[in-house]
Write a protein that binds this ligand. Structure first.
Ligand code: PGA
Length: 241
């Protein structure tokens, strides 16, 4: 049985106070959420400590949005795996398109970060996906398979989540058709050694499209940006029908 993983990616949103306020409204909404759904919040570094305390012994797991490949060192602005695990982080997003686009992340650094995450017993969420230009040029399949090949060198697929995030669908309100997301996710699965890696869809997931997305047989969850910032909206997504 493949695991269902619904993750909020808060990006550079929410102070500690805002994170606490979110939880106060969000947690009561999870009373009837089926146990087998893994729910996680990938928060900014400064909110991790307070979230970890509040989420202790709860059903919500904590995730971060980046991890460095070295265990420590002179890497101004970066964060190590042990710094994350010490505050109770269990998952970490790696290779998000915003990191690739704005911060010079390459398939090589993505691979190094994936390996470092696993070395520290964190479960990485690897993001892959094509730009509009690549899609229009018919390069989606080639791009995805190339990213997977380079990013997953020596990565343990037993401890991994993948998110298919078409870049043109992120933050645009322009969701990928559920059946098309299902097709690409099937392609991703065909490239893996371990067939039951959970593969999420990400890109303008909202309360009004989550049911259709989760009805697709290949899709094992969602990576949710904008719609994870508001408690009622993320709760509706987690409680998809
Ligand atoms: P979005 O972001 O849901 O706001 O489109 C998704 C993501 O970037 O992970």
């Amino acid at each position: 049985m493949r695991k269902i993983v619904i993750a909020g990616n808060w990006k550079m949103f929410k102070t500690q106070r805002e994170a606490s306020e979110f939880l106060q409204k969000f947690m009561p909404e999870l009373e009837n959420t089926p146990e087998e759904r893994e729910v996680l919040l990938c928060a900014p570094f400064t909110a991790l400590g307070i979230l970890s305390k509040s989420l202790h012994n709860s059903r919500v797991q904590l995730g971060a949005q980046n991890v460095h490949w070295e265990d420590e060192g002179a890497y101004t602005g970066e964060i190590s795996g042990s710094m994350l695990t010490e505050v109770g982080v269990r998952y970490v997003i790696v290779g998000h398109s915003e990191r690739r686009q704005y911060f010079g992340e390459t398939d090589e650094t993505v691979n190094q970060r994936l390996l470092a995450a696993q070395r520290h017993s964190l479960t990485p969420i690897l993001c892959v996906g094509e730009t509009k230009q690549q899609r229009d040029a018919g390069d989606t399949e080639l791009l995805i398979t190339t990213q997977l090949k380079k990013d997953l060198v020596e990565v343990d697929q037993q401890n991994l989540v993948i998110a298919y995030e078409p870049i043109w669908a992120i933050g645009t309100g322009d969701t990928c058709e559920a059946t098309e997301a299902n097709r690409v996710i099937g392609l991703i699965r065909s490239q893996l050694k371990v067939p039951d890696v959970p593969i999420q869809y990400g890109g303008s997931v909202k309360p009004n499209n989550i049911d259709e997305i989760m009805a697709q047989p290949e899709i094992d969850g969602a990576l949710v940006g904008g719609a994870s910032l508001e408690p009622a909206s993320f709760a509706r997504i987690v409680n998809y029908q």
